[in-house]
Ligand binder design. Sequence first.
Ligand code: DON
Length: 304
Amino acid sequence: MDYQALIDEVYQEVSSMGLKGKVADYIPQLADIDPELFGLALVDLEGNIYGAGDYRKEFSIQSISKVHTLTMVMHVFKSKLWHRVNVEPSGNPFNSVAQLEYEKGIPRNPFINAGALVITDALVSKYENPEKDIIDFINDITGHKSVKVNELVHQSEIDHSDRNMALAHFLKAHNNFNNNIDRVLDVYTYACSLEMNCIDLARSFSFFANDGYCIFAKRRILSQSHNQRINSLMLTCGFYDESGEFAFRVGLPGKSGVGGGVAAVLPGKFSVAAFSPQLNEKGNSLKAMKALELLTTKLEFSLF
Ligand code: DON
């Protein structure tokens, strides 16, 4: 398979479509970005890189970090985690407050904000220095120093986190929150404010395509069972109330972020990341989703 030719073709085709979306601004600092940026990178399981456009440009990974932090707590808490957060698609926006009340304080899944706050609460309980441990973990699974925090985005998100604060207080009211709320919000927004480029984001997802074994860290990150579970959650919940659309159009486990990134995996073949800050009305990147749709269509591959 000539992945470079494929990536170039997908990049050119999406670039010529004139897709227009809206850059996220509810976290004001996120709006400080060139809206025309667009890139994608594919990394195969031998570590070969195939990229096009702005694939070396770093961007805010936002909710994609929720997959990294879930991985960090998965093997620690094992089944105990799933008494605190469910594994069902939400069918609602990522920051829905209403749904948490219906679910009596048990978030539908670990990728909606309420679920990610429970995961971060578990991470703060387990890790002495969560900010450093998250950076070290991502550097380990990418095989080099690949990630850094954007402190301006971090502060901007802390200054505009009333909705997440409300979710955290509601979780605490339902005895589903063990640590100091400000501390957990600080770690959660820190993880969301991490910046990577498409190459390193794809490298950080490589082990999900490789049964849980990371070719860059040269070690097993997840058991095959836990790896399958996270891939299943990405397939059913990775795009919130657009997860069905992504599964229908792309057919891969994946995760989006309001910074405009999308990461996905084709198990046994490759991991891929695409980035464009212009989002659709569901908060997912228009060009990145279209790029992955074209990729699987042209490859005539998907999970099914
Ligand atoms: O908590 C928030 O609202 C952001 N830090 C992350 C949201 C996000 O990326 C949703 N994904 N599309």
